[in-house]
Design a protein around this ligand. Structure first.
Ligand code: SF4
Ligand code: SF4
Ligand code: SF4
Length: 266
């Protein structure tokens, strides 16, 4: 019996070590995922770029890009903003240029009105044209056709692709960390609405945290992590968190980890 318990204890110890090591490397995985999706944009742009959601509604077709982002929004109350943190190439480019940002300010709470100013005309205009197309018999309703927006890498495609990449790059360089994501993106507002309830969040052990602030400095979104550690039992329940794991990697004392937390208060 004693031998059995010792063996079990060793097994659990080994598993927990693997888990901790894995959690420390979470940002490497995240980085890898985002670089892959960024490199795929020249061939998969119509599946990734948010602007094609407008075209999907315009034509009354449920395309891949619509499905992908609908899934990310729907899972955000459970998994947070993994679409923004693990998939979106615009976010990746912003983070890249954001490293050299000329404007480094403290955390500013995102503005809802600026986001709604983009979100409302975006969807209203798309549905307006959809109904016109329907009246003219150009579309008959929302059929599922994932590959409807077939595109070739022609001049028009290249210009839109370059504009998106340049816009994200400039936003990262001249504005606060992920400013456009926090204040302009219509998908950002939908995902952060869901992420208000997310169960996947960074959690810091308040006993071992030295309040050094390294995680906060490295956070890709600029979330005031230390404030959460001090005042929120170590639970980083900020709806702008993109679950990238950068804070996990930055913490030298291995105090902060991404975890599933069912009770967001304790
Ligand atoms: S907020 Fe918008 S632009 Fe930013 S990562 Fe999310 S989907 Fe992409
Ligand atoms: S880096 Fe680690 S120890 Fe430092 S404040 Fe963040 S969680 Fe605490
Ligand atoms: S709090 Fe951590 S996981 Fe969330 S965005 Fe900041 S660095 Fe990424």
């Amino acid at each position: 019996m004693k031998l059995y318990l010792v063996t079990r204890a060793h097994k659990w110890l080994a598993l927990s070590r693997i888990y901790i090591r894995h959690m420390q490397k979470i940002y490497h995985l995240n980085f890898f995922s985002r670089v892959i999706f960024l490199l795929l944009t020249p061939v998969c742009f119509q599946f990734f770029a948010l602007g094609f959601i407008w075209h999907s509604i315009y034509w009354g077709v449920i395309t891949s890009v619509l499905i992908i982002w609908m899934v990310f929004v729907l899972i955000s109350p459970l998994f947070g903003r993994i679409g923004c943190g693990w998939f979106c190439f615009m976010g990746t480019v912003t983070d890249f240029s954001g490293k050299y940002s000329l404007r480094k300010t403290k955390w500013n709470t995102p503005k809802l009105w600026t986001r709604l100013l983009i979100l409302i005309p975006f969807f209203l205009s798309a549905f307006y044209f959809y109904f016109i197309n329907k009246e003219n018999g150009l579309t008959h309703g929302f059929a599922i056709e994932p590959n409807f927006l077939k595109l070739s890498f022609n001049d028009h495609y290249k210009i839109v692709w370059l504009s998106d990449i340049s816009f994200a790059f400039i936003m990262g360089l001249f504005f606060d960390k992920r400013w456009a994501c926090k204040n302009l993106c219509m998908m950002g507002v939908l995902c952060s609405a869901g992420a208000t309830y997310t169960r996947l969040i960074p959690v810091a052990d308040t006993k071992s945290c030295t309040l050094c602030g390294r995680c906060e400095k490295e956070c890709l979104v600029g979330i005031p992590i230390v404030e959460y550690i001090k005042n929120n039992n170590g639970l980083i329940t900020n709806a702008e968190c993109i679950n990238c794991g950068k804070c996990v990697e930055a913490c030298r004392t291995k105090t902060i980890k991404l975890k599933f937390v069912w009770n967001r208060k304790k």
